[in-house]
Design a protein around this ligand. Structure first.
Ligand code: 5GP
Ligand code: MN
Length: 315
């Protein structure tokens, strides 16, 4: 069921014990929104806990209260009276749904989220889940501390490519200005999130050697095969290296996961890539989307190119 901002606030006020989660393959928006919400709920005297059913990216360890995030043990339960899912539909939270029978409240900004069988607050115009979280905290009269501001600012900045993507609006900048007034430090967040190991810089040069160009230069692909996957620390930002090619509309990164699994990340300047990956079981935003392909790396590569050919191949 569609819920309003006021109903979201009401549900959070009523609940006493709240399990907060976000998507696996967590990014700055997923962790920023859950940690901001966790701090806000504790400010309100709630017994809140953040669980993410995945390994966490090391370059986000600077986020205030990062260590509060738990990964559920096998069959672990959490006796909550509300399950709050941020920045994703519930199909990307691993085994968290099995931890509690509590009613679910889903807050998201992904246009592909259409799961109204749960209580869903969806604003696909929001640049980040963190932008919605800031609205919720206002509704709840929560004090925006420097730590909360840092978490929310990180989500806004990372999900908008530091306020560059088309999802960035005047509202995003107003939110960012407020967060800086409340203590977020843009230079600190930028330095922390941009940090790469020397190893990853070397992987970057190797990854650039794999670039292939298709459809008269309109599509570029980059490939992290089994060999590169074994040495890379993070692939964050790799696809953006080829998105900038002047002729390119769609850039994609294909990443080996195991013999039968690969992950694709797509970025575009115009084409609706969320529509393209939806056909492959994925989702996301108009200009940034992804999917998991259950097949060999070679087949995954051909599948992505075929899916793109429907938009780009000449008749
Ligand atoms: P990324 O390429 O950075 O992994 O993801 C780009 C955007 O698409 C993010 O907002 C992410 O949450 C979303 N996304 C990536 N993979 C999937 C997927 O398999 N399913 C869905 N529903 N969304 C995805
Ligand atoms: Mn997001």
């Amino acid at each position: 069921m569609k819920v309003t901002m006021k109903e979201v606030a009401e549900k959070l006020k009523t609940a006493k014990k709240i399990l907060v989660t976000a998507h696996i393959h967590s990014d700055g928006d997923a962790l920023g929104s859950t940690l901001a919400m966790w701090q806000a709920l504790r400010q309100l005297g709630k017994d809140a806990q953040v669980y993410i059913d995945d390994e966490l990216p090391a370059n986000l360890a600077f986020l205030p209260h990062f260590d509060a995030i738990k990964r559920p043990a096998k069959d672990e339960k959490f006796d909550a009276d509300l399950l709050l899912v941020l920045d994703t539909s519930i199909d990307r939270i691993g085994n968290i749904r099995k931890m509690t029978d509590a009613p679910l409240l889903n807050v998201d900004h992904h246009v592909t989220n259409n799961n109204y069988t749960n209580d869903l607050y969806l604003d696909s115009d929001a640049a980040a889940a963190c932008e919605i979280v800031l609205d919720i905290l206002h509704e709840l009269d929560v004090k925006i501390t420097p730590d909360i501001a840092t978490c929310i600012y990180t989500g806004l900045a990372t999900d908008t490519g530091f306020f560059n993507y088309s999802s960035t609006t005047a509202k995003t900048f107003r939110a960012a200005a407020e967060l800086v007034e409340c203590g977020a430090k843009p230079n600190f967040v930028a330095e922390q999130t941009e940090k790469r190991t020397l190893n990853d810089l070397k992987v970057m040069t190797a990854a650039l050697q794999t670039v292939e160009i298709y459809f008269d230069g309109k599509v570029a692909g980059m490939f992290i095969d089994e060999e590169l996957e074994k040495i890379v620390d993070t692939t964050e930002g790799l696809v953006d290296l080829i998105r900038v090619i002047d002729t390119v509309d769609v850039a994609f990164l294909l990443r080996w996961q195991d013999e039968n699994t690969s992950r694709a990340s797509l970025r575009s300047k115009g084409t609706n890539v969320s529509d393209i990956v939806k056909k492959l079981g994925g989702g996301g935003h108009v200009r940034a989307a992804g999917c998991t392909l259950h097949m060999s790396f070679e087949d995954a590569k051909n599948t992505i190119i075929k899916a793109l050919s429907e938009n780009f191949a000449k008749a």
